[in-house]
Design a protein around this ligand. Structure first.
Ligand code: 5IU
Length: 258
């Protein structure tokens, strides 16, 4: 049976966080549900990749702490490219400490994540204080948060009970938490339409990487598991032509919605 999907423009109206609203609106406007995981280790390579795949994506996912020559200018330039190409920047920081510590980690340090990322993510493990801390660091007007409800890696400890607890935490913080990193849609029905689901572990060829990563195809993730956004790293940035490969992933993921 084919899934009945609520259009992204209607889901924008259900979402209570400004970044979530912006993301749903941009997906509807730009017609893309592709996120590129830009896991390259030099600032210039990161900016070049962002500029090349920018026209194809709704979100650029970063790991700022793998970039060996990161400066404030890198964040500024990423924001410039986000405006140029109409995408949002997601720092995949996976915060996991107490509220007081994550305030500093998100707003300060070398990376000053809150100054350039539109949204970031956190493990629910420490309890609601982590959400409250990140809300303080970022401010709900210009920032949002995803919770890690499920992971793609073999043997991960995020079981069904943990995922449910994560979902309940998100529902307590709809002003700030607008979605999940998950392997499938984790809240059904209209209540679930208010949240976005982003799925990593996506590749056209499905063999793993020898380090526990497990892959599904874009079609399986969007059509079978009812997720919203595919996150693709090596499948795109290691290809000979990242811009052209991104266009292929984009089309598969968008066609899988129909
Ligand atoms: N990532 C995962 N799995 C997860 C989570 C995050 O792969 O469960 I949460 C990140 C790691 C990497 C990207 O930045 O998503 C996937 O990269 P590849 O497409 O290159 O495997």
């Amino acid at each position: 049976a084919k899934l009945q999907r609520t259009p992204f423009e209607d889901r924008a109206k259900l979402c209570k966080n400004a970044v979530g609203v912006a993301l749903f609106s941009l997906m509807a406007r730009k017609k893309t549900n592709l996120c590129v995981a830009a896991d390259v280790v030099e600032a210039k390579a990161l900016l070049d990749l962002a500029d090349a795949v920018g026209p194809q994506i709704c979100v650029l996912k970063t790991h700022c702490d793998i970039v060996r020559d990161w400066t404030d200018e890198t964040g500024t330039q990423l924001r410039f490219l986000a405006d140029k190409h109409d995408f949002l920047i997601f720092e995949d920081r996976k915060f996991a400490d107490i509220g007081n510590t994550v305030v500093q980690q998100c707003s300060g340090g070398v990376h000053r994540i809150a100054s350039w990322a539109h949204f970031t993510n956190a493990h629910a493990l420490p309890g609601d204080g982590i959400v409250d801390g990140l809300r303080t660091a970022a401010g709900v007007e210009n920032h949002g948060l995803l919770l890690l409800a499920q992971m793609s890696s073999a043997g991960n400890l995020l079981n069904k009970e943990y995922t449910s607890a994560c979902v309940e935490m998100a529902k307590r913080h709809t002003d700030f938490v607008f979605g999940f990193i998950s392997q499938e849609r984790v809240i059904e029905g209209s209540e679930g339409d208010a949240f976005v689901y982003m799925t990593p572990g996506v590749k056209l060829s499905q063999e793993g990487d020898g380090l526990g990563q497990q892959y599904n195809t874009p079609t399986a993730v969007i059509a079978d598991r009812n997720s919203d956004i595919i996150i693709v790293g090596r499948g795109i940035y290691k290809s000979d032509n990242p811009a052209a490969t991104a266009a292929i992933y984009r089309k598969q993921a968008w066609d899988a919605l129909a």
